[in-house]
Design a protein around this ligand. Structure first.
Ligand code: NAP
Length: 313
């Protein structure tokens, strides 16, 4: 349903949960890409794009929108948005940091525990009747493990805070040391060699492209576990597949992939990997909080010229 809005119409890129789209439509008229049509007049009306951070915004689409002023993503990752192109055209980019940290951290803790205790496999064990035939293999205890954080930002810190009560040791890798008591590694291979569980929670994009590679996985070793909630691009999936197949690491849990939805892929058939469909922030509460912050950004920008949480390149 079209709303009568005092704001210019927004181009909507991506599929949103129904409740989120309904909330956006209370304030903005949303235009689907196919509705842009061929008319320059319709394209010229678009001053904003609203999207989600798992969609890519191609430059050639932006080329067709001469009056675009803001790209507002629901999510914290902005690796799908051509930031330097936007900056050159004076287009403001906004995201929704912080409001999703707790949900992503909760999923990550769940993935760690599910991997150590083989919870999805145990569920299948009971459902298929395998329990009638024998005992389920022993899992691993989280207490006493060393957890290596690849990126200790907003989400990384929330994950660490939730894991500490399980009696783990935290260490981290990033481009710089931070004001925390945990050991800092300036070398990712060294962190992987130190850690039992490596949790990837840095941004995607060129600076982290495939930093989880064969050398890192070798260092993690046959008792090591990789958890990736960051971006598929951070992990070399051919190297990961080798490591999982040859059991040179123990297991992995992945919420993000190079291609999403994950197409037919050997990862889907390995029993030492848990795969989830990019659901880090996918709770009712969090997605609505993200939508509210996105709306705040858009309203503030159109009313005052300033966004609330602009992305700094
Ligand atoms: P953030 O606060 O910006 O933290 C990012 C951390 O990564 C910082 O500690 C930063 O430390 C480190 N980092 C940045 N570039 C790096 C590099 N080139 N090499 C090594 N470390 C680097 O971001 P956040 O809010 O925690 O979000 C992190 C990422 O999580 C997002 O960008 C997104 O891709 C992902 N995410 C996934 C989901 C999901 O549904 N699975 C949901 C939300 C977010 P230094 O600056 O010291 O290097």
């Amino acid at each position: 349903m079209a709303v009568s809005s005092s704001f210019p119409p927004l181009l909507k890129i991506g599929v949103f949960p129904e409740a989120v789209e309904a909330r956006l439509r209370t304030t903005f008229e949303l235009v689907e890409p196919h509705e842009l049509g061929e008319t320059p007049q319709r394209r010229a009306q678009i001053q904003g794009i609203v999207t989600r951070s798992n969609y890519r915004i191609p430059e050639d689409l932006l080329e067709q929108l001469p009056n675009l002023r803001i790209i507002c993503t629901n999510g914290v990752g902005h690796d799908g948005i051509p930031l330097s192109y936007a900056r050159n055209r004076g287009i403001v980019v906004t995201n929704t940091p912080s409001v999703l940290d707790k949900a992503v951290a909760e999923l990550t803790v769940g993935l760690v525990l599910a991997t150590l205790r083989q919870i999805p496999q145990a569920d299948q064990f009971v459902r298929t009747g395998a329990w009638q035939v024998g005992a389920f293999p022993l899992g691993l205890t989280l207490a006493g493990k060393k957890v290596g954080m690849v990126g200790l930002g907003r989400i990384g810190k929330e994950i660490a805070a939730r894991l500490l009560p399980f009696d783990v040791d935290i260490a981290y890798f990033g481009r710089q040391r931070q004001a925390v008591d945990w050991p800092y590694f300036d070398d990712l291979v060294a962190l992987a060699a130190h850690a039992d569980i490596l949790i990837v929670c840095c941004p995607g994009g060129p600076s982290t492209y495939r930093i989880i590679n064969a050398a890192v996985l070798d260092a993690l070793g046959p008792a090591g576990i990789l958890v990736n909630i960051a971006r598929g691009s951070v992990v070399n999936h051919a190297d990961l597949l080798n490591a999982l197949t040859n059991k040179t690491i123990l297991g992995a849990a992945l919420d993000v992939f190079d291609e999403e939805p994950l197409p037919d892929n050997p990862l889907r058939r390995l029993d030492n990997v848990i795969v989830t469909p990019h659901i880090g922030s996918a709770t009712h509460e969090t997605r609505m909080a993200m939508a509210e912050l996105a709306i705040k950004n858009l309203r503030s920008f159109f009313e005052t010229g300033r966004a609330v949480t602009p992305v700094a390149e």
